[in-house]
Design a protein around this ligand. Structure first.
Ligand SMILES: NC(=O)c1ccc[n+]([C@@H]2O[C@H](COP(=O)([O-])OP(=O)(O)OC[C@H]3O[C@@H](n4cnc5c(N)ncnc54)[C@H](O)[C@@H]3O)[C@@H](O)[C@H]2O)c1
Length: 251
């Protein structure tokens, strides 16, 4: 019960890493706002959270749209009595790799608007409620692609590097409010979102082969780091990025 009676907003909670985190948080005593573009999948997550005995709210929201995000934050605080934790997990990961000179302006803008602007908008919308609480935890999901460089994914890797810049800057702005802002950078993780990549010959083997711990990475592998950064255990840690990738990117 490391998050007992906290209220956590998790974006992209309809499936993949977000859903796994939502259920793990609920098992640790947190109430959950399951946010997703796809309402039916957010609702399915919320039902599973309720089955674990916690309160849950499903909210349809596009994190790249300011009005949507404002509404999501307000309804979360109103229905569940405040906001303690924000996990900025929603992102577009299912991208067909292509050389940077073939990436269109539209593709670049789409990835940036969800993966980077979405994080900014969600942080901005929850800030007044965390300020009111006198404490808060924000965890932004970046990606190991930022550290390694990811040929064929210039827009994705750049957006995830931006998330780390945002995390560091915001941590300095929000320290006085006792709001911690940290990031987790996963390696290649088996989810629905990367199904096409997994099916591409050689990709899975390459991902496993370059790790120190040579096995597939699963969403459960990320729970420990995200839970730690959301709990009181990490109260003196801010502006940091935990790389959880089985030992590919070493710092
Ligand atoms: N799977 C990986 O290998 C991997 C590696 C590093 C980082 N990540 C990051 O982890 C996060 C989750 O990845 P995943 O593999 O679980 O993805 P996924 O595609 O399985 O799930 C993402 C969820 O986010 C939702 N979503 C997408 N755009 C949204 C928007 N604009 N507004 C609200 N919800 C939206 C989707 O509907 C989906 O339910 C992403 O930010 C991704 O970039 C994933």
């Amino acid at each position: 019960m490391r998050l007992k009676d906290k209220v956590a907003i998790i974006t992209g909670a309809g499936r993949g890493i977000g859903k796994t985190v939502a259920l793990a948080f609920a098992a640790n005593g947190s109430d959950i706002v399951a946010v997703d573009l796809a309402l039916s999948s957010a609702e399915a997550t919320a039902e599973e959270v309720k089955a674990l005995g916690r309160r849950a709210l499903a909210v349809k929201c596009d994190v790249s749209k300011g009005d949507d995000v404002e509404r999501m934050a307000k309804v979360s605080a109103r229905e569940l009595g405040g906001i303690d934790i924000l996990i900025n997990n929603a992102g577009i990961a299912d991208i067909a790799p292509k050389p940077f000179f073939q990436v269109t302006e539209e593709e670049w803008d789409r990835i940036m608007s969800v993966n980077l602007k979405g994080v900014f908008l969600c942080c901005k919308a929850v800030f007044p409620f965390m300020k009111e609480r006198g404490k808060g935890k924000i965890v932004n999901i970046s990606s190991g692609t930022h550290f390694l460089g990811a040929p064929g994914l210039i827009h994705y890797a750049s957006s995830k590097g931006g998330v780390i810049g945002l995390t560091r800057t915001l941590s300095r702005e929000l320290g006085d409010y006792k709001i911690n802002v940290n990031s987790v950078a996963p390696g290649f993780t088996i989810t629905e979102g990367v199904a096409a990549l997994i099916a591409t010959p050689g990709v899975d083997e390459m991902a496993v082969g370059r790790r120190s711990i040579k096995r597939r990475q699963l969403p459960d592998d990320l729970v420990g780091a995200i839970l730690f950064l959301s709990s009181d255990e990490s109260d003196f840690m801010t502006g940091q990025t935990l790389v959880v990738d089985g030992g590919v990117a070493l710092h």
